[in-house]
Design a protein around this ligand. Structure first.
Ligand SMILES: Cc1ncc(COP(=O)(O)O)c(C=O)c1O
Length: 402
């Protein structure tokens, strides 16, 4: 065997490791020293998954665990149809395709609509896997920068027009947004819809955080705009909605059945999504509204604690986010990555330290986000208060020595 056979592809060589998990080895080392590490770096909810899921799996009465349909189990598709009906949206089976998490839905979509070299416009900072998926699909993210001082809302239509060219295929948004927590207004979504019509683009709407919108704001989906319904590709998932990340159940939906038909070819090649998880997921439609109300109340309370705590730390730049369970904050230091590493290696208070995600990896424009971190509020309120205390003390200490 020659050495050539051991070479790796340019595709994987050019991909980056997740910035969210980048500091994991330092966190492990801190834990092995006996410290508690509060994880503000990752969007793994600590909320209990509704027992409906586990009951449905336990009650499985088959004797053979068969492949399911490539489009998804009929009862799961039916439950998604009912879920959207409650939101005022009409879908049939041929508009839907169950995927291995929203993640598979995203890369299937990019594979279906982009040729190598094509471009997808994404407001930055963005969910880092978006660029992993475009890298795998051979296309590229064209960032459109949003800023903390504007609450990470979208820039003008003109700014978008400046970056649209003949290679642009789509605009991709996470709404409510991971990592910024922004919820786009109806006007912003209408502006994107106009751009898609004027420039013949798709609008990929990643709505996996749809339920997490605070302060009484209304969530507005591009699916509600009839004139672009053929252009909208919806990415959905049960991961965050029901705190069921490990089930790996997501969905691609579109009124444009030719997109779903195209994705079906890829779905058939991966055969199906796990059968038992689909059974559990189908039962989740019966989750009572009280579950959503209490989960939302909990996240909103956490957001408030974190926001108020951070606002009281001198020179920390923070705007109150209105959705999902993340925020990006600016710190009075030059390298957030160095600071995050230092925290795990050198700093503790009450035998505890915190793990944050340096925000640079959420931008594709070089140099942006170097002094920012992304925080998630997927831990309890008491720990969040402690995390803010630790951050304040650590910043003081770090700034003395750096
Ligand atoms: C914005 C966004 N989209 C999609 C996903 C993918 O989620 P999953 O594959 O678990 O459905 C995530 C996960 O964190 C996310 O934050």
């Amino acid at each position: 065997m020659g050495l050539n056979s051991m070479k790796l592809s340019n595709r994987v060589n050019e991909m980056k490791y997740s910035p969210i998990r980048k500091l994991a080895t330092y966190a492990d080392a801190a834990r092995s020293k006996g410290l508690r590490v509060l994880g503000l770096n990752i969007g793994q909810p600590d909320i209990e998954t509704p027992s409906l899921f586990f009951d449905a799996v336990r009650n499985f009465d088959g004797t053979v665990l068969k492949y399911s349909e490539s489009r998804g189990e009929k009862n799961l598709l039916d439950s998604f149809i009912l879920y959207y009906k409650d939101l005022g949206m009409d879908f049939q089976h041929n508009n839907l395709l169950v995927t291995n998490g929203g993640s598979e839905g995203l890369y299937f979509t990019l594979y279906a609509i982009c040729n190598p070299g094509d471009e997808v416009i994404v407001p930055e900072p963005f969910y880092t896997n978006y660029s992993s998926f475009t890298d795998i699909a051979g296309c590229k993210v064209t960032p459109i920068t949003t800023y903390g001082e504007d609450g990470f809302h979208l820039p003008s239509k003109e700014k978008f027009k400046e970056v649209i060219n003949e290679k642009t295929r789509a605009i991709l948004i996470s709404n409510p947004s991971n990592p910024t927590g922004v919820v786009y207004t109806r006007e912003e979504i209408e502006m994107l819809a106009e751009l898609c019509i004027e420039h013949d683009l798709y609008l990929i709407s990643d709505e996996v955080y749809r339920e997490f919108v605070y302060d009484g704001l209304e969530f507005f989906s591009p699916l509600e705009i009839e004139s672009i319904s053929q252009r909208v590709i919806l990415i959905d998932s049960i991961s965050k909605r029901y705190s069921a990340c490990g089930a790996r159940i997501g969905l691609v939906a579109s009124k444009n059945t030719s997109i779903i038909d195209a994705i079906m070819k890829m779905a058939q090649a991966r055969l199906c999504v796990p059968t038992l998880e689909q059974l559990g997921a189908a039962a989740l439609y019966h989750t009572p509204q009280s579950y959503f109300d209490s989960v939302k109340e909990e996240y909103q309370a956490r957001r408030d604690v974190l926001f108020e705590g951070l606002s009281a730390i001198p020179d920390v730049q923070v705007k109150k986010p209105t959705g999902a369970f993340y925020m990006i904050i600016g710190l009075p230091i030059s390298s957030a990555e160095d600071f995050c590493r230092w925290m795990l290696e050198e700093f503790s208070y009450k035998y505890t330290t915190i793990m944050m995600a340096p925000a640079e990896g959420f931008y594709s424009t070089k140099g942006l986000g170097a002094n920012e971190v992304r925080l998630s509020y997927c831990i309890n309120i008491q720990d969040l208060k402690l995390a803010v205390e630790i951050l304040e003390l650590a910043l003081k200490e770090y700034m003395k020595s750096h």
